[in-house]
Design a protein around this ligand. Structure first.
Ligand SMILES: *Cc1c(COP(=O)(O)O)cnc(C)c1O
Length: 441
């Protein structure tokens, strides 16, 4: 049936429509699996690394999601960090509705993208211009192309366990879903595409030479659990890049405007040459951005020779949502959230310790990791060893049964945000304590 405004307005959530709440999780997954590979639009959602079958989300509100069977979960996934204010946050919903009424995409410049770019540039010291794309993957691709274009070099150094999206050249040694599925990279990536990618261990400053165009790093690694930089690592990278004439790229797709009001630079004090943003800056809609000094960014087309483009780039809905999310919280609110989450992480570590297994609950700003390890994890080998204990999956399922949705993989982090209350944290700790006692038995 063709779309008709009266029909769609009078039949919200009609049976079989998008987000229809009828049918079980299993029904929707089976139905999805017939038309979508694995029934999922991104592999980690399949629960393959923890076993079982995923809940299918009908709706979300604040810190909670509700599945199609009507079960409510306190959600620490938060779209893998994209929803800073929680789900369906009123300022974001209002901004999206207002923008949608004015038209959803034009293929022309819009005020919305200017306002969001100004907001980012105002907050991140040294970032003078940004170019919007539609995902974090594209942001990292563009940063690498720009670095190669600027330096005339090919080599890219990345770190094992860091994830920079699913582009050919950056999948090698990736964290997140690549690690979850135990893939060395991916079938379908020609060796020529990764020939210029060098994978180094995280938290060790690699030796660089004049063949290196850029070093790309998650300043606080959050795709192999949470692995903060050791003192001297990021400074060391800055020095090594300067000495070799290579660019330093911070992939802040997770940390940007989640770790702190000004992103990772505000916390670590090290300034990269280029930034990648995504997730939070779209307020829960698809967006990404690459940023840097005006001199570097002007090497992009149309002013410079490095080509880059996108039909939906700078999309009015996404930029409106992102701006609304960013403007809703000030620096003091970030400090308050960080302090609350710090207490939560301490209590969670104590609760999980009741399992009798060594466990680490690292925290950076409001980012929280859970690793079953005796010592703090500092690199991908450590993250893999912690995952290999097999303790995360039973924790995950026992928490899910109690209505707490952690990430369905030991390589991801928890994303408590501005919608999570102290009562939510207390309940999580109480239930984690119960589960830990069960794991010990
Ligand atoms: C999620 C993520 C990406 C990829 O972003 P997409 O929007 O999923 O393409 C890149 N880098 C980091 C650090 C990420 O966490």
């Amino acid at each position: 049936m063709p779309w008709a405004p009266e029909a769609s307005a009078s039949r919200p959530g009609a049976a079989g429509g998008a987000g229809s709440p009828s049918g079980s999780n299993r029904d929707w997954l089976d139905r999805g699996s017939r038309v979508i590979p694995g029934g999922v639009s991104s592999p980690v959602r399949s629960f393959r690394s923890v076993g079982g079958s995923p809940y299918v989300v009908a709706s979300g509100e604040g810190a909670f999601v509700v599945d199609v069977e009507g079960r409510r979960y306190l959600d620490y996934v938060q779209s893998w960090g994209a929803t800073l204010l929680g789900h369906a946050a009123p300022p974001v919903v209002d901004a999206v509705c207002t923008a949608a009424r004015l038209g959803t995409t034009f293929g022309a410049p819009t005020p919305g993208e200017v306002l969001l770019a100004e907001e980012i540039v105002r907050r991140v010291d040294g970032c003078e211009k940004v170019r919007f794309v539609s995902s974090g993957t594209e942001a990292a691709m563009t940063a690498v192309r720009l670095a190669r274009g600027v330096t005339g070099r090919e080599r890219v150094v990345k770190f094992a366990g860091c994830y920079h999206g699913h582009s050919d050249g950056l999948l090698a040694g990736g964290g997140s879903g690549v690690a979850t599925l135990g893939l060395p990279g991916s079938a379908g990536v020609p060796s020529s595409a990764v020939a210029a990618t060098v994978v180094a261990p995280y938290n060790v400053v690699p030796e660089l030479d004049e063949r290196v165009a850029c070093v790309i790093v998650e300043p606080y690694a959050a795709n192999m659990g949470l692995v903060p930089p050791l003192p001297g690592f990021l400074d060391g990278l800055r020095g090594a890049c300067d000495a070799a004439g290579a660019l330093l790229v911070f992939d802040e797709v997770i940390t940007g405007f989640r770790l702190a009001y000004g992103g990772a630079v505000e916390v670590c004090g090290v300034h990269p040459d280029l930034w990648c943003f995504g997730k939070v800056i779209g307020g829960g809609l698809p967006v990404g951005a690459v940023g840097g000094s005006a001199a570097l960014m002007d090497v992009l087309a149309p002013d410079g020779p490095v080509y880059q483009a996108g039909t939906l780039s700078g999309n009015p809905l996404a930029t409106a949502a992102g701006l609304a999310a960013l403007r809703a919280v000030d620096a003091a609110a970030y400090a308050d959230l960080g302090a609350r989450v710090g207490k939560f992480a301490t209590a969670l570590a104590e609760a999980l310790g009741r399992s009798g297994h060594p466990v680490q609950v690292p925290v950076a700003g409001p980012l929280v990791g859970i690793s079953f390890a005796a010592e703090p994890v500092t690199d991908f080998d450590g993250a893999q060893a912690a995952a290999a204990t097999g303790l995360y999956a039973p924790l995950f399922h026992a928490m899910l049964e109690r209505g707490i949705a952690l990430a369905p993989s030991p390589y991801e982090v928890l994303f408590p945000g501005f919608a999570h209350t102290d009562a939510d944290f207390d309940r999580t700790v109480a239930l984690a304590s119960e589960v830990a006692a069960e794991l010990a038995a």
